[in-house]
Design a protein around this ligand. Structure first.
Ligand code: AMP
Ligand code: MN
Ligand code: MN
Ligand code: MN
Length: 277
């Protein structure tokens, strides 16, 4: 049977639209054989996802997407095949949760100054035990008719330099990588081309990540074109990183990105799953 891997996805325990159960069910419907649930700074959805995965006979890799910081740059590090209960991971999860809650209050204040009231209580009701993200603010702005789309919410309010942007100090890259390793997981640089780094700076980032014991980079993601896959495969070879494959699926409302709908990993790149299978 052909194996279909999708090692980057979100549920509504962070900024995804589907519950962990509905996400795993959709993955099975899309013929995914191995799915990683990688919510932002939380492992809260993994238990429900595992239960559902066992029922549907699909492999669920315990994952997380850690918000990290490297030289003032906000970088996402996916951790794959982690022990979700490991103390090193739990510590950065607790710290991120506090930072995210404090940031959310500040974002809400900035929106209030623009005459947009009530964002925080509305979001807290939706988020519950999960992680509050800027995506939740974007959805609030859309549902209350301040903007037409999520993208417009970022462009007008939430992106860096916009009126409701609040800068945050995230987990240092080294701490994020080491916590994932300590928890038995594989640290992966998520969507490396989305940070819009120059080639020199990308190499500096990947060199630092390698020094900290990072092991892989995403080579194939939902939006990548063949040129981008080639560039990333070259970085993987150059730095001896394994390559990961993940859609970064958030919601069925985005028709461009679907679970398991991914290009194949170039044969020159060692698949990240060989590190645990
Ligand atoms: P946060 O980690 O809370 O700052 O939120 C980051 C999340 O917001 C990302 O994981 C994306 O899902 C989403 N996001 C960030 N920038 C944009 C953007 N320009 N347009 C749409 N979504 C974005
Ligand atoms: Mn997200
Ligand atoms: Mn990300
Ligand atoms: Mn993601």
């Amino acid at each position: 049977m052909t194996q279909i891997y999708d090692l980057h996805s979100h549920s509504n325990t962070s900024d995804g639209a589907l519950s962990p159960r509905d996400l795993v069910t959709r993955a099975a419907e899309k013929a995914v054989t191995t799915l990683a649930l990688t919510d932002h700074d939380t492992v809260y959805g993994l238990a429900e996802a595992q239960t559902c995965a066992q029922q549907l006979n699909i492999r669920l890799i315990n994952g997380i997407e850690v918000s990290a910081q490297w030289e003032k740059q906000y970088i996402h590090i996916v951790g794959l095949n982690i022990d979700p209960q490991h103390e090193a991971l739990q510590k950065i999860i607790r710290e991120s949760q506090i930072m995210r809650e404090e940031r959310a209050e500040k974002i809400a204040l900035k929106l209030a100054k623009k005459g947009i009231l009530g964002a925080l209580p509305a979001i807290q009701k939706i988020v519950g035990e999960g992680m509050v993200t800027r995506t939740h603010f974007a959805d609030f702005l859309v549902s209350h008719f301040h903007v037409a789309t999520q993208q417009e919410a970022f462009d007008r309010y939430l992106a860096e330099g916009k009126p409701a942007y609040v800068s945050t100090t995230w987990t240092p890259l080294e701490t994020a990588v080491q916590a994932i390793r300590a928890a038995g997981g594989v640290p992966v640089v998520a969507h490396p081309l989305r940070y819009k780094l120059t080639a020199a700076r990308m190499k500096k980032l990947l060199g630092a990540f390698k020094n900290f014991d990072g092991q892989a980079i995403e080579v194939v993601t939902g939006r990548y074109n063949p040129d981008e896959i080639r560039i990333l495969a070259n970085y993987a070879k150059q730095f001896e990183f394994a390559g990961s494959v993940g859609s970064d699926f958030h919601s069925p409302a985005n028709p461009w990105i679907e679970l398991g709908k991914l290009a194949t990993l170039p044969v020159s790149v060692k698949p990240v799953w060989e590190l645990w299978e």
